[in-house]
Design a protein around this ligand. Sequence first.
Ligand code: ATP
Ligand code: MN
Length: 462
Amino acid sequence: MKRTRIVELLNSSNLGETVCAKGWVRTRRGNKNIAFIALNDGSTINNIQIVVDLSCFDEEFLKPVTTGACIGVTGLLVESQGQGQNTEIQAQEIEVYGAADPSVYPLQKKGHSLEFLREIAYLRPRTNTFGAIFRLRHHLAFAIHEYFNKQGFYYFHTPLITGSDAEGAGSMFQVTTLDMNHPPKTAEGKIDYSQDFFGHATNLTVSGQLEGELGAMALGGVYTFGPTFRAENSNTPRHLAEFWMIEPEVAFYEIDDNMDLAEDFLKYLIRYALENCRDDLEFLCKMYDNELIDRLNFVINNDFVRLTYTEGVEILEKSGQSFEFPVYWGADLQSEHERYLVEKHFKRPVILTDYPKEIKSFYMKQNEDGKTVRGMDVLFPKIGEIIGGSQREESYEKLMKRIDELNMSTECLWWYLDTRKFGTAPHSGFGLGFERLILFVTGMANIRDVIPFPRTPNNAEF
Ligand code: ATP
Ligand code: MN
């Protein structure tokens, strides 16, 4: 018989119908005469109750039906006697697909710590918590495509393997097929990358932005949505070595348009989650973060505060707060500074603009003052920076001058610089860290808990 997903069975009004459900046993309880099996198939946080009249089943046959086992059940869909669910199934036939020996299956009880579940990340999708998080992840990924598609932006696929190391040499993962034990050498004794697969050194991308700009200069508005890799050895609850980033890049956008887009985009996504993932959000709110839903509603119903970096630093200097890292004009703001502005001072999301050029990338549009650039970071409660973006420098001369100041090599960047020679245009874009968004929307505290298989220093087993 064809299987129906549990989410549909729980909302069905076809009582008395024979149905088939398949899933994993969450719990089994009962007495000598009757067994109650809570079955979950991942389609919803809620389980369907299977009622088993033990006089109709062989005891030995039902023995493997324990927590974690996978079964299929055919039976009558009836109104539930229990509280909190509409329907349940009176089992007529049970098929056991796979047992989960209780003496070794790690997910026996409820309420395992998140730390423990991280150690068994390959099984944690089977818990209520991670089911909820990964469903939310899916819905938000879908909403991102929906948003940009409605706005007329094109999904532009930028490469994962890149020959440019412009964005942050030290923090890139190298890609090579050379034999690491016996790499070919040049006359000067350096590794000879001309013999490598691509004929030169390559890395995994840290951002699709530079290539995204090429797309924007042809298609108008584009966005990327893909994995990015940063070998930064920072063991924080907000950094992964492999994370997903969404990077819109838009021709003819000035910094204000860019801020409007970022704010509208974030609000759209949060509203989408509230409207489409209610059960999962309510579960996470109840279990981990009582203020979660209020916080999400607050963000969609209030304007973000917009101010310059210089104004932000003044507020921090006057705050009388003692920070671990000192604040002064020119300092790169740390998460503690960002969160002070958002959580203590303004009590709402903040967009900071016009940063000192020294702490921002070479491609940001230079302001008239010669000191600041048109960067913008969106700062969120509990997260700090969720988006980093800017208006891009469209003038070839100014961009080259900055590249020279920074002593950067243009060897791997000539193609990027060509965009400024051929039909350049004002344009802007930003990068939203997908996992930081999921952190905010789920109320989770550690970024390792919002991606199925986190990649962090010393951790890439499964
Ligand atoms: P941070 O200062 O927090 O390290 P960043 O300034 O290096 O971030 P950007 O280069 O501006 O980050 O990247 C854009 C966005 O990508 C950030 O706003 C953030 O949401 C996300 N992001 C950056 N690095 C990471 C990481 N290691 N893990 C997860 N998300 C990240
Ligand atoms: Mn940034």
